[in-house]
Design a protein around this ligand. Structure first.
Ligand code: FA5
Length: 359
């Protein structure tokens, strides 16, 4: 483009003003800017071509070009602001939400999100316990050997450790007094120890949460499942308190008469220990895959806290006694909602989960 034949800077500027009027959006504005001011834009080419022109022409045209370039720069900047504002106003006008409207998704048969059945049941049970004056405690999923076994009267060579095979972590460090090996906790009974470390008797607390076992899964066994641990420590607690308390608890949970049976059960951390089974509500006791055709389901093992465990928690068993229980929350949820396979609970299958009401 030669300065003597090409449009003058003023003509180019007038042409630019016409294009500016027609801009519809920010992308067009940026294209126009590039066309006039870009590295290979119209004004850059004119300035490049000036290198062979006479000095007066160079000075006059160069100065004009720079002035117009500055004006174009300013005009494009304010045009971009204006277009941005227009876009915001347009999207506000298009996207506004009438929060007073009924949820049309519900009319179309789609359901609103709700809580997972385990959450619903866990919260109901926590409410029952808090209404009875229990504290709700928490404990870590990654536990040490001491809290999961040793402090619960299950030393390293105790065969009862085999009953709950689990997932161990490779890193082990030699502590001064205790051997700290880490594992995914196999039961919420760890919270008994953590509770005794924190509180002095008398106390009563529950501790819900996930537990982990290296299991072969079936209709009533999962690898990751949920328990809620309970512990009461006070003076003069006996087995009759334990039995009365367990019955009241189940009545509160099921809100109707259910058939239960109590039989001896072995757990190193209780003495005596019991298994409290519930008549299977899936098959009404006739036998199914959940209760392994027995008509009964293990739900609520319990017992009197072993004196060694109380001692480990710094409590004198001659003064205080304790009762403890470990409720299987998944199985309870299965009984409550008549779910015939525990594996559905962690399946994440929306067809399953969306059947449950919110809490
Ligand atoms: C225990 O875990 C003891 N810590 C419970 C306890 C606490 C006893 C306090 C005495 C005093 P058990 O392994 O039986 O016990 O598990 C407790 C409950 O968890 C069972 O009754 C059952 O309802 C549930 N449960 C056990 N294993 C599984 C599994 N693999 N999948 C789903 N639920 C399970």
């Amino acid at each position: 483009m030669k300065h003597d034949q090409s449009p003058s800077p003023n003509e180019l500027y007038q042409e630019f003003l016409k294009h500016l009027e027609d801009l519809k959006n920010k992308a067009e504005a940026l294209d126009l800017k590039a066309k006039y001011l870009g590295k290979n834009g119209i004004f850059s080419i004119i300035l490049k071509d000036l290198k062979d022109a006479a000095i007066e022409v160079k000075k006059e045209i160069g100065q004009q070009c720079n002035e117009y370039k500055n004006q174009i720069e300013d005009l494009i900047r304010s045009k971009l602001d204006e277009l941005e504002l227009q876009e915001i106003n347009r999207s506000l006008a298009e996207d506004w939400v009438d929060i007073t409207l009924k949820n049309s998704n519900l009319d179309r048969g789609l359901t609103a999100a709700g809580y997972h059945p385990m959450t619903i049941v866990q919260r109901e049970i926590e409410d029952i316990f808090t209404s009875m004056g229990f504290l709700i405690l928490d404990g870590p999923y990654i536990e040490d050997d001491y809290h999961n076994f040793t402090a619960l009267n299950t030393p390293a060579d105790h065969p009862a450790r085999d009953m709950t095979d689990t997932f161990w972590f490779k890193n082990t460090t030699e502590g001064k007094q205790r051997l700290h090996k880490y594992l995914l906790r196999t039961h919420t009974s760890t919270i008994q120890i953590r509770g005794m470390e924190t509180y002095s008797p008398p106390f009563k607390f529950v501790g819900p949460g996930k537990v982990f076992r290296c299991e072969r899964t079936d209709a009533s066994h999962e690898v990751v499942f949920h328990q809620i641990e309970g512990m009461i420590v006070d003076k003069g607690i006996s087995v009759s308190n334990l039995i009365y308390f367990m019955k009241t608890l189940l009545q509160e949970i099921f809100r109707r008469e259910i058939e239960v049976r109590l039989r001896p059960g072995f757990f190193p951390f209780v003495e005596p220990g019991f298994e409290l089974d519930v008549k299977c509500l899936i098959c009404q006791g006739n036998g199914c895959s959940v209760c392994k055709q027995s008509g009964w389901l293990e739900l609520l093992p319990c017992g009197m806290v072993h004196p060694n465990v109380l001692r480990e928690g710094g409590i004198d068993p001659k003064i205080y006694q304790g009762l403890a229980f470990g409720l299987g929350l998944d199985r309870l949820t299965m009984m409550r909602y008549v779910i015939d396979d525990v594996r559905l609970i962690n399946s994440g299958d929306l067809r399953f989960i969306s059947q449950f009401k919110s809490y």
